[in-house]
Design a protein around this ligand. Structure first.
Ligand code: GTP
Ligand code: MG
Ligand code: ZN
Length: 318
């Protein structure tokens, strides 16, 4: 009989908290292990035996001087991209997080958090939706409860949710509201509107409907793994326009017969979208050039698997 699977809920230096069908436990992990929150593992009760293949992963690209990329969270189905209503979100920042979420292999859902603070809620909603074509967008306030019932639809057995966004976006407040009691510490944003990096570890939290949610520290932006696939998924408008360009390798710059620049000229596509796309494409190319081939292969395999994979059931089964 194969040993039962457990789910990694939290990792501290040298140890991991696991959720199992028969309660929680803590194991030692070997130095250099690339274990991540959300991983499914087998153990002998004390030590890690094996990590199950990951269906999806959010990855931090190797920083200079490091040889290996770091898996931040694993096996996520739905990524909540938390975008606070205040200060007014920058479209490029939303596009970047959405591309990152797609690239993980999961499906992004944009949450316009702190909706109680929005001055022009409808305009804000429309603007954010324009930066996330094809994604569901929900305005929510964890403070007043406004819009929160819509999120219950995501809390179903077997689903793994993850919330990402900059520090102070309200991720932990949202996690607590969904969990039903305080699981994560929360603190006020600074007077300049920036967060305080209150959450410093990733943590998997069970939700009442049978899903689990992974709360994460505020993203500082740079250094996260984005590849062509994620950028293409975040820009379906540009991707589909590009099929009408005369040249298949069109850079949508000064090429004749470019359907993308034509769409900008006609007002169909905001120029800003193309600029944002270009920036992310460059970033993806840069990451690909300096990443190791092994990880790149693993990511490609994950992409193929997730696009074909049927959802499995049971909160404590991969
Ligand atoms: N008005 C209002 N404030 C909120 C809401 N949600 C969160 N906040 C406030 O925003 C501040 C930051 O919230 P956190 O939940 O700590 O933000 P976070 O995204 O987890 O931040 P980090 O852990 O630093 O990444 C706190 O003062 C919260 O009370 C909301 O829906 N409405
Ligand atoms: Mg937090
Ligand atoms: Zn073109």
């Amino acid at each position: 009989m194969s040993p039962p699977l457990a789910r990694v809920a939290r990792i501290d230096r040298g140890a991991a908290d696991l959720l199992t069908d028969s309660g929680n436990c803590r194991i030692d992990i070997p130095p250099g292990s690339d274990l991540a929150v959300g991983d499914w593992v087998t153990t002998n009760g004390l030590h890690l035996l094996a990590i199950e293949p990951r269906r999806t992963a959010i990855v931090r690209a190797a920083a200079s001087g490091e040889s290996r990329a770091q898996i931040l969270v694993a096996n996520v189905d739905t990524v909540f991209v938390a975008v606070p209503a205040v200060p007014a979100p920058r479209p490029a920042a939303v596009e970047r997080l959405v591309a990152l979420a797609w690239d993980s292999g999961a499906t992004p859902v944009v949450l316009l958090t702190k909706s109680d603070l929005a001055v022009a809620p409808q305009e804000l909603h429309a603007a954010v939706a324009g930066s996330a074509p094809g994604c569901d967008v929900h305005a929510v306030s964890a403070e007043t409860g406004d819009g929160m019932p819509a999120l219950a639809a995501y809390d179903e057995p077997g689903r793994t949710l993850c919330v990402i966004g900059r520090s102070g976006a309200g991720k932990s407040t949202l996690a607590n509201a969904l969990h039903g009691e305080v699981a994560m510490e929360v603190s006020n944003v600074r007077r300049d509107g920036k967060g305080r990096h209150t959450t410093t570890h990733r943590q998997l939290i069970p939700l009442p409907g049978g899903a689990v949610l992974i709360d994460t520290p505020g993203l500082r932006g740079v250094g996260l793994w984005i590849a062509d696939e994620g950028v293409a998924a975040a820009f379906p408008d540009i991707d589909s326009l590009a099929t009408g360009c005369r040249f298949s390798d069109c850079a949508h710059d000064t090429e004749p017969g470019c359907a993308v620049t034509a769409a900008i000229a006609s007002g169909e596509l905001p120029r800003r979208r193309l600029e944002s796309w270009r920036k992310l494409e460059r970033e993806a190319a840069w990451i690909a050039a300096r990443s190791d081939a092994r990880l790149r292969k693993e990511r490609q395999r994950q992409w193929r698997q997730t696009t074909m994979a049927a959802r499995r059931s049971g909160p404590f089964r991969p």
